[in-house]
Design a protein around this ligand. Structure first.
Ligand code: HEC
Ligand code: HEC
Ligand code: HEC
Ligand code: HEC
Ligand code: HEC
Ligand code: HEC
Length: 420
């Protein structure tokens, strides 16, 4: 016979084993959050890889072209993630249920194959995603909250269509008024003609058969001539001022590229394509290679099918640039620098270019005259926060004047700043 205390020990170890087994199996089969590294070095490496390869199509917390990647290591096994990232179409073609499902949920947009990434590198990307999942950055939340605000730059003053409507309305009112006046005059003179007790001079006026005779009077002709001359002169002056101004210019482009789809619907960052905008004078128009980052796998558009996207492939094959038609064009005598305004001045693209993210075809939003530049330099305060270069200048300015420190106060109206 076993001693009693043995019985108890055996029973206890069974209980422990059972407990261990249940905890093991009650875990979802693929929860592997603890297998994702959390050291800073791996996270940093993953961040770089993510920004280089994935950021175009994925955010961590919100969907972009692909789904949000937060917690993806809880939804899928690591081997599945490796296989999907390295070659998603192979996995989809193999009939893998999860792969087919996520492919269909994303309108069958194909993800680029990353066969050059090792499993270790993909794991480091997961480390970065886990870090971002666990510590959502504050600015991203804030940006999401006010993302609506950026696109809503209102055009200054009344839009032309409003002005036109007002003018037409006023004209109609004027004509109605004239008709009513004419009718009143007719009734009154008919009434007066029946009366005997009016003076001779007035009688003459009333007797005039044709009330339109007034149109032949010198005074009337003089007034009309003056109005017409004023109108013509104004047109000529406006015309002279507008020489070289191309506000609203929206040329047809060689490929029906749409900012509304790319920058609007898919929220692709302006800097992703206009790479120079924070670093140099020119914003740059992207080369076909940048389009190919996505269009090597996105071969069809909802509106134009393959017709337009194929032109990108033709450009790549023939090694020819796409001949985009320039929309904005300052004369050579003026100097304008994007980095100065975007990176230093912190001015939104939309302030000068309007709601580009809503435009199917880009149009010139501002008139780009010297007056436009100068007016903004008069009104805009310098963004001196966190910019050590300005600290001394701000102090100097505050000693001399109690007006705000505008671009003008910093010499932004000097001819040589804008003219070579
Ligand atoms: C060209 C755009 C594009 C790029 C670049 C891209 N993805 Fe994707 N990704 C997608 C799309 C679209 C899906 C949805 C599945 C599908 O349609 O094939 C997806 C799905 C995924 C999934 C599955 C998500 C889920 O919920 O199951 C993972 C994981 C993933 N991507 C990781 C990455 C990683 C890591 C990178 C960078 C190395 C990357 N992707 C780069 C477009 C892209
Ligand atoms: C996917 C790439 C891509 C993104 C993202 C993008 N653009 Fe563009 N942009 C282009 C291309 C290509 C052109 C030239 C064709 C055209 O004018 O439509 C262009 C032209 C322009 C022009 C006119 C340039 C000229 O000829 O004077 C402006 C202004 C502009 N983009 C502003 C923006 C702003 C602002 C954003 C962000 C809200 C943005 N773009 C996002 C690709 C892009
Ligand atoms: C970051 C990824 C990305 C980049 C970069 C990109 N596109 Fe696209 N493009 C897309 C997506 C997503 C669609 C929408 C596909 C759809 O309609 O379902 C699209 C659609 C299109 C369409 C078809 C629109 C339609 O509805 O028929 C054209 C044309 C196009 N892109 C041209 C370009 C050109 C030219 C460039 C380079 C200047 C470019 N794209 C760069 C993601 C991208
Ligand atoms: C202070 C006004 C202002 C702001 C802010 C601004 N732009 Fe411009 N942009 C201009 C002017 C002016 C031109 C014409 C420049 C020329 O012809 O030399 C221009 C031209 C362009 C062009 C044509 C190519 C080139 O480099 O000349 C692109 C593309 C462009 N801008 C994109 C952007 C984007 C993207 C942003 C935001 C990140 C932006 N711009 C912000 C005023 C502005
Ligand atoms: C929406 C407002 C705005 C418009 C429009 C604008 N600017 Fe500016 N500009 C600024 C601001 C703000 C700064 C100051 C940036 C900084 O902190 O250096 C600046 C600075 C400059 C500077 C440097 C001045 C200095 O003191 O060093 C030049 C040159 C310049 N702008 C040229 C132009 C030209 C040319 C145009 C018209 C084609 C123009 N700007 C239109 C806001 C504007
Ligand atoms: C903030 C930038 C800025 C400053 C400061 C500036 N200009 Fe200009 N100027 C421009 C721009 C931009 C144009 C081109 C506008 C156009 O073509 O309508 C221009 C055009 C001109 C032209 C040619 C007009 C034409 O119709 O071709 C003359 C002349 C001129 N400026 C003189 C001056 C003088 C003199 C000063 C100093 C008192 C000065 N500018 C200061 C931006 C500036």
């Amino acid at each position: 016979m076993w001693p009693k205390q043995y019985n108890k020990r055996v029973r206890n170890s069974f209980v422990v084993l059972a407990l261990a087994l249940t905890t093991l199996f009650s875990q979802p089969a693929f929860s592997q959050a603890d297998q994702v590294p959390t050291d800073a070095e791996t996270i940093a490496k993953g961040e770089t890889l993510f920004k280089q390869n994935c950021k175009v199509c994925h955010n961590v917390h919100t969907r972009l072209i692909g789904p949000a990647l937060q917690n993806v290591y809880d939804r899928r096994t690591l081997p599945w993630i490796y296989a999907f990232v390295q070659n998603s179409s192979k996995l989809i073609a193999s009939g893998d249920e999860q792969a087919v499902q996520v492919f269909n949920e994303n309108n069958q947009v194909q993800m680029t194959a990353f066969d050059f990434l090792s499993e270790e590198e993909i794991l480091s990307i997961m480390a970065y995603i886990k870090d971002q999942t666990d510590n959502p950055p504050v600015e991203e939340a804030a940006a999401a909250a006010d993302s609506g605000a950026t696109g809503t730059a209102q055009p200054e003053g009344l839009p032309t269509s409003y002005l036109n409507a007002i003018i037409i309305g006023a004209l109609i009112l004027l004509v109605l008024l004239l008709i009513v006046l004419f009718m009143i005059v007719r009734t009154l003179s008919r009434y007066l003609r029946q009366r005997e007790d009016i003076p001779e001079a007035d009688k003459e006026l009333v007797e005039t058969k044709n009330p339109l005779a007034i149109l032949r009077s010198k005074a009337f002709i003089g007034i009309v001539a003056a109005v017409i001359t004023a109108f013509v002169v104004k047109q000529v002056i406006d015309g002279l001022y507008n020489i070289g101004i191309q506000q609203g210019y929206a040329p047809k482009q060689p490929i029906a590229y749409s900012h509304k789809i790319h920058a609007g619907d898919y929220k692709i960052d302006c800097n992703y394509c206009h790479t120079g905008v924070t670093k140099s004078k020119n914003a740059n128009i992207p080369s076909p290679n940048i389009c190919m980052n996505c269009h090597s796998s996105i071969t069809k558009g909802t509106n134009t099918g393959t017709a337009e996207i194929e032109k990108i492939y033709a450009a790549i094959e023939n090694n020819e640039p796409i001949e985009w038609v320039r929309v904005h064009n300052l004369p050579d005598l003026a100097y304008f620098n994007h980095a100065q305004h975007v990176a230093v001045g912190k001015i939104e693209c939309q302030t000068c270019h309007g709601p580009i993210e809503e435009m199917e075809v880009v149009r010139q939003y501002a008139n780009l005259t010297m007056g436009w530049c100068i007016n903004c330099h008069r009104d805009t305060e310098l963004n001196t926060k966190g910019n050590g270069y300005y600290d001394k200048l701000v102090k100097l300015h505050e000693q001399e004047s109690d007006k705000p420190f505008t671009v003008e106060a910093n010499g932004g109206l000097e001819c040589a700043k804008c003219h070579y």
